[in-house]
Every structure is written in structure tokens, then in C-alpha cells.
Design a binder for this molecule. Sequence first.
Ligand SMILES: Nc1ncnc2c1ncn2[C@@H]1O[C@H](COP(=O)(O)OP(=O)(O)OP(=O)(O)O)[C@@H](O)[C@H]1O
Length: 674
Amino acid sequence: MISGWHAFFQVNVFIFTTAMNSGFQMPPKLNMNKSVLILDDLTAEANKLQAILLRAGFHVTGTVTSAGAAQDLLEKQKPELIILPLSLYTAPGGPSLARLCREQAIAVVLILPNATRETLESAKLPHIYGIINRPVRSHDVISAVEIGLFRQQHDKNFQDKLSRWLNELLIGVLDCPGDEEQKLLWMIKAFQPFIQFDNIIINMDLMDGGKESVYAFERLGLNTYRRKDHISYIQKAELKNVDLRSYRDRMLGYKGIYVENGPEFDAGCNQFLFARRLREFYCINSSMTVPVIEEKRLYASVGFFSTQSGPFTEDQAELLKLAQPFMIRAIKWIRDRDSANGQRHRTNHPVLQIPPPEVFKNIVGKSPALLLVQDQIIRVAPFDTTVLITGETGTGKEALVEAIHSLSPRNRQPLVKINCAAIPESLIESELFGYERGAFSGAVERRIGWFEKAQGGTIFLDEIGDLPISLQSKLLRALQEKEIQHIGGRTTIKIDVRVIVATNKNLGSEVRAKRFRPDLYFRINVFPIELPTLRDRKADLPELVLHFLDQLATDHRLPRKTVSPDAIQQLAQYEWPGNIRELRSVVERTILTTPESEIRSFTLPVDNNKDEQKSTIQPLETYEEIQRNHILKVLKSCNGKINGKGGAAEILGLPPSSLSLKMKKLKIYWKHTY
Ligand SMILES: Nc1ncnc2c1ncn2[C@@H]1O[C@H](COP(=O)(O)OP(=O)(O)OP(=O)(O)O)[C@@H](O)[C@H]1O
């Protein structure tokens, strides 16, 4: 069922062999074809960089001292990567150099004078694929360049795959049955995983000069849309045809894809009544408009609108540009009202299939911020791309991992979850990579590690920010080379595992504090998904509360209670520092302490000073969490030993089998594969 959804993808697995840094330098010959341009106004530094790269076997196309000279060389030589200092990247000439690098898919690695917050912020610029701190060190340079090249190749392949996928989905529209509106809906759903929009307006029949048909839809949920009566909207908004036309003509005059995020949309609002009304009526803050043109004739326009201020990216515009021929085919077919049953257009392409709802059953909510996350999951799941999930504690990172795994072609293989913060430092390496008999005292038999247990499937490394720095280079090597070595082993073992990592730490700050390797950061930050806090999606509160009322009534075998609107209102006033985990605890406590069938108020930690809540209030812990934390503390104190003298079972006064069962129930990822 799920596998059919991605059946037409042949996911190409990159076999990218490389070596990173001290301890695993790459043999020079492997880098021979990789070309790098060095831009540095400090000649001695440039020479040093050149020597390091040449020694590592890279082809250095040149060293230049100004952005202008770099641009000339980029055009002529087309290197795969450029290294340059932040000072030149932000100086005059830097932005046009950056644009050129982007257009030509040349990876950029920045040299930072120091690891301050500001300089690290610059590493978040789009298409920055690595950072190197001064004074430059050989293994940092090689590692950053290798990761930069990997990221550049990955992003290009990923964009190509997305483009093929979108085109397939648009061609699949030709097979859709139904009337004009239903076919349009299919087309809209094809865009959904790729473009973040809450409203879409499709203007048809533009070229006939006759009566235009305008279709406006509002997105209500993962796969639900409402057709909006555009005409009455126009009347209600007191707009005249001329207002609409002037707004559209301006965009269509542009011919390309017109992206207006945040400030640009603001400027449009000042100029055009139509944009202003969109903001007033629908809280729209950004738009992207695609003219559908063939042989200089304008067939239609598709306008994506969002309540967020900056969701539309150049990559998305590029994707739509490549999809324009397919859009025109789909739109022509939809306009061809005589072929209503679809027979004349039967294609060999699969009809668009929507992910089955059970995939998202544990990700409750319909707020735009959550829909964005769900779309991202759908977009990335079929591929082997590494995913980095970030978000405050209790925002629900684990459910995302399960959704990605179940929508991936690996869904019949294991999903192995490891909490890096829960395993004592001394054990993590052997747990992850396994060991040979006699590798260390106590290694009485050979043991495979979590990576091997996940063969063919997915490994989830939770709390990656807590991985000891000493292990980070080993993880980096496993990710890059797709092979591992047992402790005490001499041979390498190939691994075919998709990696998902999560953290509630700010990894940028961890890099700055030198607790997290920048190269590992850039390697895992390939496809980041940021989970919104509950504060930012309070619209989801009623649905979440109902979900927990059902779930907890079943768990506690109690009758299902109802909730008054005032009680929901009370929840909306609270700031939720512990996010959804805390909400679940609050609902649970209230259920257990409310004898009436209707909940009229919830038991919250504090309900007065809103400003103080975020900083001072500790979210409530459930009984299960108290147990879980205590067991983890004991496990850590006895170095993970469960059985025997001094083991966790003895300390806790439980039979080892009961402790193991309890750990499984409490989802303590110690030695269980789920
Ligand atoms: N959208 C959601 N719908 C339903 N339940 C949710 C949702 N998000 C989170 N939860 C529930 O909230 C609780 C916390 O989720 P989870 O443990 O995944 O958080 P987390 O982000 O991994 O936190 P931490 O970083 O502290 O580990 C779980 O009980 C989970 O089932």
C-alpha cells in the first residue's frame, strides 16, 4: 500500500567514498577530479590552502585575491567548489559572486576569522556548504571541502529527483477522472509536497480573451481543500476587475516566476489593492506566481499564497520553471471539457496517490506550521537523504521519524532508535558499531552494533547534540563512507542504512562552543525539518486535546470526557514550555482529578504571569517520565549493566526481565529494536 506511493522512484544511493580528518585521511588519488578555486586576499594563507589541497590530491584551478577575479575564473574553469573568507563574501562583489556560484551549482566553503555567533550565522546562508576556522588546519580544510562537495552533489541530485517526481505527478493528472474542479484539485495536490501554500488561485482561459475562469482553493488539512467562491470574495472585498487585472498584468509582464516573500509582498500591498485585500481577508504574507506560457501564448496563471512570510524559495521557483511544460499539458487537458471521462488521455503514468492517513495518525494538527512539516516529510521520505529534525523538547520528533520510515522504500526493514544522551559515553561506540571478541575486557563474544542491526532500514540517532566529540568523527566516517568497523576489528563492513538525527539543542551554538564538529554539522544538515513549538501552533490545541482525551480514556479505561470552550481558551493562554508532552501531562492529570464528565478547567502549573512562564516554569512530568528518567539515571550510573551484581535491576529491586519489559514500555532505547 505504502510502497505503491513511491513505486516510480528509483532512489539512487550515492556511493560517496571519502575520508575526513586525522585518523582517516583520504588517499590522494580519489580527489584527483575534484576542482577547487581559492579566493583569499592573504597570499600566505592562500598558498597554505593550496598546499593542503594539492597534498590531498585535489585539483586547484587557481588562487585569486579579489571577487572580480574569482568571477572571471569561475566562468572559465567551472570548478566544483570555491573557498573564500567571509570578509570577501560580504564585501562589494560578494553577492554577485554568490549568485554566480548558485547559478552554476558551485559549492561555497567559508573561512571564518573566529567562531562567533555572527560569523556562524553567516554559515546559514543558502548554498554555504562548509566552514573553516582560522588558523586553517589541514584536516579541517580537507574535511570541509569533502563535505562541501558531497552536499553540492547531493543537492543537485535531490533537486533533479524532485523535478522528475513533480513532472510525473503533473502528467498523472491526465489520468484523473472527474470534472474541471476535481482535475484541478488533483493538480493542486501534485504541487503540495513541493510548494508551501495555504491558498492557491488558478486563472484559466486567459488567452481566449473571453470569460476567465478563476479557481481559488484554501488548504484546510493535509489533503483537504475548500473551493472559495472567488466572485463573491471579490465583491465582498470591494474589488473591481481592474484591480485584479492590474495586479496580474504586472506579474505576467515579468514572464518568469514571480516570488514575493515578506518585504516584497509588503511593497506589493502598498501598491495594489488586490494584494492588500489578500492580506486583510486571508492574512496572506507571501506569494509565488507562475505564468503558464507556450509559444508566447499565456494559457493560465497559477498563484501560490501563504500566510507565512518567507516560504517560497529559489529552488521551488526553479522546480516550477522546469515543470512548466507539464503544467501546460495538464491545464490544456483540464480546459478540454469535451474529454470529461479521461479516456482519450490515458497515459502510462501512475495516478497521484496520497500518503495513507495512518502514516500521520500520531502527528495531530492542521496548522500551517505543521502542514509544512508534513509536506517536508512526504518530500524527503522516498529518498535516502539524511534528515535533521530540530525542535524544542516535547514537540514530537519521534512521530516524524516513524512517518518518514513508513513512507520510505525501507519500511519493511528495521527502524532502529538510539538515544545518544541515554547511553554512557564509554558504551556508545560499541553500541553503535559493535565489537570483536576480546576487543576489551568484558568483550567475551563478538557483538554487532546498531548500524548493522539497521541494515537495509533506518537508524534514528536521537539527541545527536549529546554525542561525545570523540565519537563524532567516527560517525562522520560511517555516514560518508557507508561502512563501519567493529571495535577490535580489522575489516570494514558495508552498511546500507538511512540516517535520521534529532536534537533539541541549537547545533549552531554547539559548533560555536566547539562541542560539535562543523563538518558533521554540515553533513547531517542536508534536509533540516524544524518542528514548531506548541506556542506557534495554538490553533491545533483543540484537536490535540481531543486526541489525548481519546488516547488517555483508553489507557486508563475511563469514560471519555468532554471539554468546555472556556477550558480550551484557558489552554490557549498558557505558553507551553514543555510543548505537546506537557499538554498530554496536563490533560492526563486533569482527567484523573476531574470527577465530572465535562472538563471546565485544566490544572496548569501557573496561569498568571505569562511573560514569566517561558523562563521559569518547569513543565509537569508525568509519572511515566519520572520512572523513565530514574531508570535512565540508574542505567548510566552502572554503565548500562542490567543483570547481576551492581546491575540496574538489583539497584531498582526488580527482576531483570521486569526491568527489560518496563524499559520497552517506557521506550528506553537501550537494547531494543522497534
Ligand atoms: N502532533 C502530535 N500529535 C499527537 N501527539 C504528539 C504530537 N507531537 C507530540 N506528541 C506526543 O508528545 C509526546 C512527546 O513527543 P516526543 O517524545 O516525540 O518529543 P521530542 O520532541 O522527541 O522531545 P525530546 O526532545 O524531549 O525528546 C509524545 O507522547 C508524543 O506522542
